[in-house]
Design a protein around this ligand. Structure first.
Ligand code: PLP
Length: 409
């Protein structure tokens, strides 16, 4: 007897978790632009509230909807479909990546707790952990993303009440990889109740699945590859039922996303894999071109630039290189700015993972709120340019870089 095949995430992204006949036969989930939902009786509405707040198990009507700050059909369908890609029980969609990260940390950290985070991290995350959480009584400590796991182990050993460990891997903008399974192992041994959360924005979920590597939570800026078209801002947390339900409890009060963003994300999810793979193929060509260019002193790209431990982590944890890379040009800020200002195909703008190629200067753009001495420590130098390769013809992107880099020769 043949065993029924479980559909893959790509198939479920197109057909999963949606009954067309509950929406007039509409083949795609319609946009449920509704803030509030009617019930047939007061008792039914009370029951829906109990379900939404997790007080009763879904019984008579598992789909009782109340109010779109609690749940909305577009968000629910999207969350179920996207969770398949990380093999997560559930997902929670937020109004931004930062809202997702903040709410996850807020849910599991109380005043007096400690939060540890890898560095470097995206500038907004750095600001949240260095300035905002400490002001609310959560002490934060950092550890180098590329360091040996023994270094984190020593920090865990000397730090009490660690409740949250945040890892960003690959790190934005230096693309260095953390030892995710190693971090999970030492954290579990020292602080069994601590939550390990990994920001998987840069490679996931197509080239890296962090829950499968042992993390408790996968964090995403869904503004990036998951959206892929630079037309919305959103964030995600994925994980097991209990943690995601606790996070959704905080989200109800703090920061839900709107149905329109979820509806656009549903469309983006159908092409996620083809977009990720196609832009990666172009990024590999661009990286090879840059690595051989006389005006370029270094290319930072997962699996390309590092020997030894970084190479081991790359092979053990990822299935691809993705479409984000950084490179250093001869000179300093002036030369980097000159190259950036001459680009014509690539757009001078922050963000990543979109159909258009995007270029920026991390030191003065995305990571400008990281203090200069920390930027120096992380290698966020004046001559560093970050490039998110899009879906334009690879030769057009390369020709554009060639004419821009002439200025740095
Ligand atoms: C790795 C990473 N995490 C989180 C964020 C924050 O996401 P958002 O801009 O959607 O709030 C970003 C944004 O660039 C990012 O690059």
């Amino acid at each position: 007897m043949s065993v029924p095949r479980k559909p893959s995430p790509e198939t479920l992204a197109i057909h999963g978790h949606y009954d067309v006949f509950r929406s007039e036969g509409a083949v795609k989930p319609p946009l449920f632009a509704a803030s509030t939902f009617a019930a047939r009786s007061s008792a039914e509405l009370a029951h829906f509230f109990d379900q939404a707040y997790g007080l009763t198990a879904p019984a008579s009507n598992p789909d009782g909807l109340v109010y779109s700050r609690l749940v909305n059909p577009d968000l629910e369908i999207y969350e179920r479909r996207v969770a398949e890609f990380e093999q997560a029980d559930d997902a929670a969609l937020f109004s931004s990546g930062m809202a997702a990260i903040f709410t996850a940390a807020f849910t599991f950290c109380k005043p007096g707790d400690r939060l540890l985070f890898s560095e470097p991290v995206y500038g907004g995350t750095d600001y949240l952990y260095r300035h905002m959480l400490p002001a609310w009584g959560v002490e934060t400590h950092s550890f180098p993303v590329d360091g040996p796991v023994e270094q984190l182990d020593a920090l865990l050993a000397e730090t009490e009440r660690v409740s949250f460990v945040h890892v960003e891997s690959p790190a934005n903008p230096t693309l260095l990889l953390a030892d995710i399974p190693g971090i999970v192992e030492v954290t579990r041994a020292r602080h069994p109740d601590a939550v390990v959360a990994v920001d998987n924005t840069v490679l996931g979920p197509i080239f890296q699945r962090v829950l499968a590597l042992g993390a408790d939570l996968a964090l995403y800026s869904a503004t990036k590859m998951l959206s892929g078209h630079s037309d919305l801002v959103a964030g995600l947390v994925m994980g097991d039922k209990a943690r995601i339900s606790a996070i959704k409890g905080s989200r109800t009060i703090l920061n839900m996303n709107d149905p329109h963003a979820a509806w656009l994300l549903l469309r983006s999810l159908e092409t996620l894999k083809v977009r990720a793979e196609a832009s990666e193929a172009k990024a590999k060509k661009v990286a090879t071109y840059l690595a051989n260019h006389p005006a370029v002193t270094a290319v930072l790209y997962p699996g390309l630039q590092h020997e030894g431990e970084q190479q081991r982590r790359f092979h053990a944890q990822t299935t691809g290189q993705g479409s984000l890379l950084s490179f250093r040009v001869h000179g300093g800020r002036e030369e980097a700015y000159t190259v950036l200002d001459r680009l014509k195909v690539a757009v001078l703008a922050v963000s990543l993972g979109s159909t258009e190629t995007l270029a920026e200067h991390p030191r003065t753009h995305t990571h400008s709120d990281v203090p200069p001495q920390d930027q120096d420590r992380f290698g966020i130098s004046e001559n560093l340019i970050r490039l998110s390769v899009g879906l334009e013809d690879a030769d057009d992107i390369i020709a554009d870089l060639a004419q821009a880099l002439e200025a740095a020769l």
